[in-house]
Each structure stands twice: as C-alpha cells, then as structure tokens.
Design a protein around this ligand. Structure first.
Ligand SMILES: [Zn+2]
Length: 70
C-alpha cells in the first residue's frame, strides 16, 4: 500500500465515522431513523437493557457500540 492509497483509506473511514456520529445524534435526539439495510427503525439500548450501550436495528445489521463516542 502506498501513501496515496493510505490517505484515501483514512478519508473514507473519517467520513463514515462522521456519518455514524451524525446518525447517533439524530437517534439520541428522538428522531426515527431507519436502518439503511433492512429499513427497521434504529433504537438506542441503554445499560439497563443490555450490557453494551449502542444503537441497534431490529435485525442487527446496524450495530454501533457507543463506548467510543460517549
Ligand atoms: Zn438493519
């Protein structure tokens, strides 16, 4: 992998990280956001419900752990 390829990869992951943060903000603000893959609404789970705090859709294809965000 050369330096240019590495820079491109870095930009892609930074963008998806920002997309993820934007998604998390919307869901935490109470907006109904549908999973891009299965179309079910994404819910926040809190430690009372599950061991991991995170955002999950009904089918589990959206699965974002919040440890690194909060
Ligand atoms: Zn899904």
């Amino acid at each position: 992998m050369d330096v240019q390829q590495f820079d491109r990869l870095k930009n892609v992951s930074a963008k998806s990280f920002n997309d993820q943060k934007a998604l998390i903000k919307k869901v935490l603000a109470g907006r109904d956001i549908a999973c891009k893959q299965c179309g079910t609404f994404i819910r926040v789970t809190l430690p009372e419900d599950k061991k991991i705090t995170g955002l999950f859709c009904a089918k589990g294809c959206t699965n974002i752990a919040l440890d690194f965000v909060l």
